[in-house]
Each structure stands twice: as structure tokens, then as C-alpha cells.
Write a protein that binds this ligand. Structure first.
Ligand code: MG
Length: 344
């Protein structure tokens, strides 16, 4: 019999984090634990305020679950089918349970998830370090913290874009990728700045226009000298077909799609369509990010720096070296709880 526990927690940012959707100092999360015969699987639902799910909605979803349905370990397919059938939506809540099930399954078999999937942990691509929108002084300070990373992810919003990039270029010639979070209003202006960004050493642009403007995105894709990556425009598996002509790649996040099983399906489908894969995260602790990182050998880029941007990570998991993710050899998703929560 599997026991389910969960508790809310607040992740605090080192610096207030700004992007086109607004500025915030912390992110609410809910941690999930599934215990079976002395082994505990961990999961996390991260809930940034601009998205519909909240700690209350996650806990309401978890209360609907009957763990008698979680049978058959180490097999978890039936349990995953069950959580997806309990209610529509609730992707962050489902992701938390999916992660905990994968962690528990791996622990039962005493193997890391990446080994169970036959992935080579030495094949992780470059990972980015995120620079939020800020004053030139703060951007320079954050660049200093990014010194071990050779790919910078720079948030832009159409207001001081050139000033932000010029500020970075006074300090470093590292490669940049840009995340606009739907912040550019006109496709012609977007194309102009993409050409300018290419000259400044940018490797790709994430979500340049509003997620619903697929015709404009397709126009931009046909002319853009840089790959365009869909983030807000792709939530889950079914969205890939809708956007495949409008973007060169997709940013897959466990919180958007509902966990590792769905993310794996999305990666396989994207590869079939020759769509580039970026593996991203919300502001999450090592719990969620280490789960996502189990898939890193399948990605073209990873954006999994969540734990580096917070001050009170209650978990240990992946580490970072020379701009790459280092997956540990621990079973499951490789997470260790280092700080007790108040379990419900
Ligand atoms: Mg993004």
C-alpha cells in the first residue's frame, strides 16, 4: 500500500525575478511524497502566479487521489493512467505525482530513471543560466554569478532589449539565447531585432510573439536567421501538431505537460518531426529540476537552472559543472530531501 503525503512551501528568489509577465520575489510550490515499504518518491508542483494552478488547486487534486489505484510497482503506467483520468488540467499537480511515481519506481529497482530509459548521463547538452530583466548594474552582478556557464538565457520584453544585450556584451562574449515571453508586438520589428541579435551572438529566440499568433509566427519562422522556440505556445503533447509549422523547436516543461511520461512522449514526437527540443523548468527546486534532468540526454538544450536562483532549496539533486548538468548515480530522480516540511 502506497501512502501519499503533501505540503505547501515557498521558494524564495535570490533576486526579484522579472520577465515580460511581471516581477516576483518567491514562488509557491507543493511537495508530494509517495511512500512504499520504507522507500519515498518525491515530486514537486511549482506554481508561478501567472499560471492558473495554485497550492489550493493542487491540494484539492491530491485529495481526490485514491492510492489503492497505485498498484503494480515498479510498473507505474496504470497509476499514471489513473492520475490523468481523475480530472482534466491540473498539469503541475499531475507532474508532481508523476515525478514521485518515477522516483519511487527507480528506487524500487535501485536504478536512476535515466538508466531505466537507456540514456547516457554523459550526453547532457549545455544548460543555460537565466538573466532576468534588470538594471545594467544588476545584470552585470548576475553575469558574475553565471561565470561557470557558457550559455546565457536573457529575458527581454521589447522595452530595453538592445540596452540589455549591449550591457552583457560589455562584460562577456558568451553565447546568448533570448526569451521574450511573448513580449514583442509586431512581427516586422521582431524580425529586425532577431537579425540584430544574431550579430550579437544569439543562438535562438524563445517565444517572440503572443502564443496565439500562429500565422505571424510562421511568417517569422520562414524569414528568421535564428531558430525560434515555442514555450507558452506549447503546453502538452497535442499542441505540437498545432505549432509545428510556426517554430523550429519546443520548450518542454514537466509543469506544463504533466510530468516525465508526457515529456518523453513529446520528445519522441518532436524528434520524428525534426523539431528541436529544449528542456526547461519553472522556478523550481532541485526536486522538480532533477526529475526533468533525467531526460536531459535527449534534449538539444536544457534550461534547468531553477535551483541556482533560489535561497531555500529543501532538496539536493543534480549539480552543475562547466555549464553542463551533472546527473548523480542515485536511484529514481536522484533527489535527497535535506529539509523537513510540514506534511499533511
Ligand atoms: Mg520561456
Amino acid at each position: 500500500m502506497i501512502t501519499l503525503r503533501y505540503y505547501p512551501y515557498q521558494l524564495n528568489f535570490k533576486y526579484p525575478f522579472a520577465m515580460a509577465a511581471g516581477r516576483r520575489e518567491s514562488t509557491p510550490v507543493v511537495y508530494v511524497e509517495l511512500e512504499y515499504e520504507g522507500l519515498i518518491g518525491y515530486g514537486e508542483a511549482a506554481l508561478p502566479g501567472y499560471l492558473p494552478e495554485t497550492q489550493t488547486s493542487v491540494i484539492d487534486f491530491l485529495k481526490k487521489l485514491d492510492t489503492k489505484e497505485f498498484t503494480g510497482l515498479p510498473e507505474i503506467e496504470n497509476a499514471l493512467d489513473y492520475i490523468f483520468a481523475v480530472a482534466p488540467g491540473n498539469f503541475a499537480a499531475k507532474a508532481a505525482v508523476d515525478m514521485a511515481l518515477h522516483d519511487l519506481s527507480g528506487k524500487t529497482l535501485n536504478q536512476p530513471c535515466y538508466t531505466l530509459w537507456n540514456l547516457d548521463k554523459n550526453n547532457c547538452p549545455k544548460t543555460t543560466f537565466t538573466i532576468g530583466i534588470d538594471s545594467p548594474e544588476m545584470i552585470l552582478k548576475k553575469l558574475d554569478e553565471a561565470k561557470d556557464f557558457n550559455l546565457l538565457k536573457v529575458k527581454l520584453d521589447g522595452k530595453n532589449d538592445k540596452q540589455i544585450i549591449e550591457t552583457i556584451r560589455t562584460a562577456t562574449d558568451k553565447s546568448i539565447c533570448v526569451d521574450v515571453n511573448q513580449g514583442w508586438k509586431e512581427k516586422e520589428m521582431a524580425l529586425d531585432i532577431i537579425y540584430w541579435l544574431k550579430d550579437k551572438g544569439t543562438v535562438f529566440v524563445e517565444q517572440p510573439l503572443n502564443k496565439n499568433r500562429l500565422e505571424d509566427a510562421q511568417w517569422l519562422k520562414e524569414k528568421s536567421p535564428l531558430p525560434l522556440i515555442a514555450d507558452e505556445a506549447v503546453q502538452a503533447f497535442d499542441d505540437i501538431e498545432k505549432i509545428k509549422d510556426a517554430y523550429h523547436g519546443i520548450n518542454i516543461k514537466l509543469m506544463k505537460c504533466g510530468g516525465l511520461r508526457e515529456a518523453m512522449k513529446m520528445i519522441r514526437h518532436a524528434k520524428k518531426l525534426s523539431i528541436k527540443v529544449m528542456l526547461g523548468c519553472m522556478s523550481e527546486s532541485s526536486c522538480g529540476v532533477s526529475a526533468a534532468a533525467q531526460l536531459a540526454p535527449l534534449a538539444d538544450w536544457t534550461d534547468l537552472d531553477g535551483p541556482l536562483l533560489i535561497t531555500n532549496d529543501p532538496f539536493n539533486g543534480i549539480t552543475y559543472r562547466n555549464g553542463k548538468i551533472i546527473l548523480n548515480d542515485l536511484p529514481g530522480t536522484g533527489v535527497i530531501k535535506i529539509k523537513a516540511g510540514t506534511e499533511t
